[in-house]
Design a binder for this molecule. Structure first.
Ligand SMILES: C[S@@+](CC[C@H](N)C(=O)[O-])C[C@H]1O[C@@H](n2cnc3c(N)ncnc32)[C@H](O)[C@@H]1O
Length: 494
């Protein structure tokens, strides 16, 4: 990296790393210095206890005051905290900026994980009234963390982060990929990402360009993207949020690009928004994105927002919530396109070389057991199992109900006592699915103790219910496949 590629020169980055390391400006170092009460306050943006604990302004105290509590601090204290980095270099790089009678944070320099630092722009909320740079570099927000948690973390050879911004996804990829490539359309973002990489002693290939253009013709084992997914008329004011594509087209564009980006067995995961249009099934709309890709696709809708709340959220994010014209133009566009609400979720794709890909688009709005990435990996594994055995082969396997599986009943009292209205199987772990089932399937699941093949279980049930085993197998097969897909029953493999 040379000077133009990073916020600081390579020597400057080394000096900054030395300063942060010697002060122990890490998540643990800060927690140790502040103690639990002040640390809890900081998490709630209440800095009073943290400021009391750092009044002596030693290097760690000053770094906490500047970069965590967003205070303006005296120049000599800031210079001492950043040494051996030259203060003039830090100001020229924009790490700190003159303000009032001292210096304050010019960037968001965030200790992250056990011993990482991530560089991004200061958020709009911390600089009210100051317009956000059009190439604002996003810090670690909710969407960022959603993708981090959802990523399948298997060891891979090559990984790609599309729209890297601060570089935080790439940092994580480097823990399980031998080579990491990160792209962004914004040169400004790439300078932040390059600085984040160097500050953490990592080495990524960084490329500039629109979506997949910089990696055209190349394939990766894992691709992740937290793209500018916000849905609207296609105008771009802030590149971290606006793709310039109309409506939810970026989600479809990434789906179409996926087959050409993935190695055999490769996985691609990205965040997306999609519109719910009046009179249209949102899941069918999203399913259409994957037609002809030949990829297994699992799309989970995690949240749904109404247009008003959505527009307010994203205008607040860039500090423009008070601009009535922006809000009105955006809402007019939603009205004109009959958009009733906007879904947010995670797309997970896998190239598996089969001719019968599975595309599942579903609501999964319950809280799930972290890390979601393990659940995604499990979903693809279960698709492999279902495909490998086929409907008939599944009958030969033995099954166990998922550990801790619960049955919930709703019943109404009547002349003859309780009449059961609904029976619902609920998983207390993992994806925490709930599945309404009929008494026959309930009996089947109750008998899944790992001893009898499903075929024998069905034969016993058929005799008890006076139907033929074949009839029962035909009726129960798809239901059992669904229970396997959702992990409510598990094949016994030993
Ligand atoms: C929502 S931010 C995500 C940043 C970071 N990866 C994260 O997870 O926090 C989206 C990023 O995509 C970049 N971007 C926007 N439009 C792009 C495009 N057409 N091609 C590539 N990158 C783009 C933005 O500059 C920004 O860094």
């Amino acid at each position: 990296m040379d000077r133009d590629d990073m916020l600081l020169s390579p020597a400057g980055v080394e000096a900054l790393r030395a300063a942060l390391t010697s002060a122990d400006f890490t998540a643990n170092g800060i927690a140790g210095r502040l103690g639990p009460q002040a640390t809890g306050g900081v998490a709630r943006n209440d800095f009073r206890a943290a400021l009391r604990a750092t009044e002596d302004r030693d290097p760690l105290g000053t770094l906490i005051r500047v970069f965590i509590c967003d205070q303006t601090e005296p120049e000599p204290a800031v210079a001492a905290a950043l040494a051996p980095l030259d203060l003039a270099d830090a100001v020229a790089a924009g790490l700190v900026e003159p303000y009032g009678d001292g210096l304050r944070a010019g960037v968001d320099l965030e200790p992250y994980g056990d011993a990482w630092w991530v560089l991004a722009d200061v958020p709009a909320s911390a600089r009210p009234g100051r317009p956000l740079h059009s190439e604002h570099v996003l810090g670690i927000g909710g969407a960022t963390q959603t993708l981090i948690g959802a990523t399948v973390r298997h060891p891979v050879d090559t990984a790609l982060d599309l729209g890297t911004g601060s570089g935080v996804q790439a940092l994580h990829l480097a823990t399980h990929a031998r080579r990491v490539t990160a792209t962004d359309v914004s040169q400004r973002a790439l300078r932040f990402a390059a600085t984040t990489a160097a500050l953490n002693g990592q080495d990524w290939e960084l490329l500039r360009g629109d979506l997949v253009a910089p990696v055209a013709g190349r394939r990766f084992d894992l691709v992740v993207s937290n793209p500018p997914f916000v849905v609207g008329p296609g105008t771009t004011t802030h590149v971290y949020r606006d793709s310039g594509r109309v409506g939810d087209a970026i989600g479809a564009e990434l789906a179409a690009a996926a087959p050409g980006l993935l190695t055999e067995g490769g996985t691609m995961q990205y965040l997306a928004n999609w519109v719910h249009v009046a009179g249209e099934d949102w899941a069918e709309r999203v399913t259409g994105w994957f037609a002809g890709t030949g990829l297994d696709a699992w799309v989970i809708q995690r949240e749904v927002a109404d247009p008003m709340a959505y527009v307010h959220l994203w205008l607040t994010d860039v500090g423009e919530a008070t601009d009535p014209h922006r809000a009105a133009a955006w809402l007019d566009w939603f009205d004109a396109h009959k958009v009733e609400s906007i879904g947010f979720g995670i797309v997970s794709l896998r190239r598996n070389g089969h001719e019968d890909p599975v595309v599942r688009v579903e609501d999964l709005r319950q809280r799930v057991e972290p890390p979601l990435g393990d659940q995604v990996a499990g979903w693809f594994d279960r698709q492999d199992l279902l495909r490998a055995h086929g409907a008939d082969g599944l009958l030969d396997l033995r099954y166990r109900a998922a550990p801790g599986l619960q049955l919930r009943q709703e019943a109404t009292i009547g002349d003859e006592g309780w009449a059961v209205d609904r029976q619902v199987l609920t998983m207390p772990h993992g994806l925490r699915w709930s599945e309404e089932i009929d008494p026959l399937v309930l009996a089947l699941v109750g008998g899944c103790d790992g001893r009898l093949p499903l075929r024998d279980q069905l034969a016993l049930l058929a005799a008890a219910h006076d139907v033929t085993p074949d009839e029962l197998a035909e009726a129960a097969g798809p239901i059992v496949a669904r229970l396997i897909e959702r992990g409510l029953v598990e094949p016994v493999t030993h």
